[in-house]
Write a protein of this length. Structure first.
Length: 304
């Protein structure tokens, strides 16, 4: 059996993922939980990490590389930001050591866009970019990273030139639970309505100025013409994703293709949305990207 060289951790606001990784960047074991920053801040970051390391029988001297919210101001140790234009190589150089720990634990910094007209921050997604593109990529890419807070990044020659955050996932959750649309979506079954999704993506992409009107139509259409909750759910999802794509695709797409970094249902939905708008996509699995980014960071830090 291959020997572990380090542990890699993606520590989100509400989720925790740990991989035991060998010297070739291959995952030997994996742990997932809902012990994200919010939970770990109460129980203790060191306690949470050690419990997962013990579960995979990690040696006491095994180093750990971490990205995500563990490096936030409210996290374990603040890892700060690299300012745009941000070379991805600077992410590798900016890792912060967690003090007073028996093992070597490093947390990667995020990226900040200190533009008063378009201030923005990312933490965790920079590691996906590092894994998806590499820190020395010579090409230009427009990268879409869906999530609770979706990120779109313009990357040129290994440098994040600019990026933008869209609260698409959080808005879907809030609107579907806390507004009048909750009545339209209540009881939505697992079945999908792809036609409703495609139609709403197109409508939102073409007329983003009508965003709040398009959202209300989810309810009024159901009241006046009927329709199942699944159709309403897919219409809400398609509307919000269509609005995001209207902004994300407002500028020219390098080489005519968007790099989509996503996993699971989000990957399928965004691929369908891009296909609906006849936009070519290069897909990269988000889990594979973040692990590859953490592996690149580990290799640079510990010269493996």
């Amino acid at each position: 059996m291959n020997q572990a060289a380090y542990a890699a951790v993606d520590w989100g606001t509400s989720s925790f993922r740990l991989w035991l990784v060998d010297g070739e960047g291959r995952a030997l074991a994996e742990r997932r939980s809902d012990e994200g920053m919010m939970a770990a801040a109460k129980s203790g970051f060191a306690t949470v990490l050690q419990s997962h390391l013990a579960a995979v029988s990690a040696p006491p001297d095994l180093p750990v590389i971490i990205c995500g919210m563990a490096g936030a101001r409210q996290g374990w140790v603040e890892a700060g930001y690299v300012d745009t234009p941000a070379p991805l190589a600077a992410i590798l150089a900016g890792a912060v050591i967690v003090p007073e720990e028996s093992r070597d634990i490093r947390i990667l910094p995020g990226i900040a866009q200190r533009d008063r007209d378009a201030p923005d921050v990312m933490r965790g997604e920079e590691t996906q970019l590092l894994g998806a593109l590499g820190h020395d990529a010579a090409s230009e890419a427009l990268v879409c990273m869906p999530g609770t807070h979706s990120k779109w990044a313009d990357v040129k020659s290994g440098t994040v030139a600019r990026f933008a955050t869209f609260m698409t996932g959080e808005l879907f959750s809030a609107i579907s639970r806390e507004t009048i649309l909750s009545h339209a979506i209540a009881g939505a079954e697992a079945a999908e309505n792809l036609d409703a999704f495609r139609d709403s993506v197109i409508a939102a992409f073409k007329t983003p100025a009508q965003a709040t009107n398009l959202l209300f139509r989810v309810r009024s259409r159901q009241l006046l013409f009927g329709g199942r909750p699944a159709a309403a759910r897919e219409t809400l999802s398609g509307t919000l994703i269509g609005l995001e794509l209207a902004a994300g695709l407002a500028k020219d797409v390098p080489h005519g293709s968007v790099t989509l970094v996503a996993s699971g249902r989000l990957a399928a939905l965004y691929r369908l949305a891009f296909d609906t708008l006849s936009v070519a996509v290069q897909s990269i699995d988000a889990d594979e990207a973040v692990l590859a980014g953490l592996s690149r960071a580990a290799a640079a830090i510990w010269k493996r």
